[in-house]
Design a protein around this ligand. Structure first.
Ligand code: FE
Length: 336
């Protein structure tokens, strides 16, 4: 993964802070290029500030640690609260004091210490076969361990961050022992070993391999917009399950300012832009995510799938249970 750093006169002659440019901002992103390109384009159109993005599959924190003060990165973009918390814990971020960010992002979706900021939420739903699952047959996450689902569930790996966040929420609601029992029950109901991404599970429902799967809400929109995948999406309904004494599981995508941030001013502008009504609408319309800013609305398509009450588990508590969730997933050999 190469990082694009334009050579400038300042860099060539070795002036102080050679990485700091007047008109650019550097990002490390776990989010895919097509997801964020429209947002970055809108930012550049509005401000004239150029964005350079290094897309990473893994190892962002390790890279930032290795680069230390010399890192060219100003900002990180990622999904999943545990990844945001990991970056903060590793000391590669710095706090941001911004009235715009605190006004645009509800306190539930940002770090009390202002180290990370959620810019969208996503709900983890059940995709259910239109033909083989009755209305009202799925209601809770707990119910996925019921033997009535034996041989009927498909899911991605238990060690994926989306699964671990859901397991973390289960731990927060019911404790580790009950969560282990739940994981064993879900494993016993699987139609096949965990494999593939969220969309691959819906494809498996379409192909008749299983009847329900777990998946994030925005993949429904993405499949509907894809020529090949539309048939998969058309074979399912989305259901908003809840925890027995809670709501629908949600996670965030978020941003943080790096500790090194050579272009701090520009990074702050981009962070604030991503929380603005304009950017929140792009997230909603292009990515089918839920915007967080007060007054911003999900797209009409997303709204048509139904409404829900988000689970009451605090995001930092989710991140705090991640290690325990991974341990349980491994103990029950969920993927085996
Ligand atoms: Fe995703």
């Amino acid at each position: 993964m190469s990082f694009v750093r334009p050579l400038t006169l300042a860099a060539l002659v070795g002036l102080a802070a050679p990485l700091a440019q007047a008109d650019e901002v550097n990002l490390y992103s776990y989010r895919q290029p097509e997801l964020i390109a429209p947002l970055l384009q809108a930012f550049t159109d509005e401000t004239g500030i150029k964005t350079n993005v290094a897309y990473l599959n893994k190892g962002m924190v390790e890279r930032l640690l290795a680069e230390g003060d010399r890192s060219p990165a100003d900002m990180i973009l990622t999904v999943d609260i545990s990844r945001l918390a990991e970056a903060v814990d590793a000391g590669v971020t710095q706090p941001v004091e911004s009235e715009t960010l605190t006004a645009n992002i509800p306190s539930d979706f940002r770090d009390p210490g202002n180290q990370w900021f959620g810019v969208t939420t996503r709900a983890r739903l059940v995709y259910a076969s239109k033909d083989r699952v009755a209305d009202g047959e799925v209601t809770t996450y707990e119910d996925l361990a019921d033997p009535k689902w034996k041989g009927r569930i498909c899911t991605r790996s238990g060690t994926h961050s989306y699964t671990l966040a859901l397991v973390s929420a289960m731990i927060e609601h019911h404790g580790e022992a009950a969560t282990k029992t739940w994981l064993e029950g879900v494993k016993a109901n699987l139609a096949r070993k965990p494999q593939g991404n969220d969309r691959a599970q819906v494809k498996a429902i379409w192909a008749g391999e299983c009847d329900i799967s777990l998946g994030n809400n925005y993949y429904f929109g993405k499949m509907l917009a894809d020529e090949e995948q539309k048939a998969w999406a058309d074979s399912v309904d989305v259901v908003f399950p809840v925890f027995a004494e809670g709501g629908t599981h949600v996670n965030v995508s978020g941003i943080a300012l790096t500790k090194s941030a050579p272009n701090k001013e520009n990074a702050l502008k981009l962070m604030e832009f991503l929380s603005s009504a304009q950017a929140q609408e792009i997230y909603a319309e292009v990515n089918y995510e839920y915007p967080v800013a007060p007054g911003s609305k999900p797209s009409d398509l997303v709204t048509s799938w139904g409404s829900f009450t988000a689970d009451n588990v605090n995001l930092m508590d989710l991140a705090g249970h991640r290690a325990a969730a991974l341990k349980l997933v491994e103990e029950v050999d969920f993927d085996g």
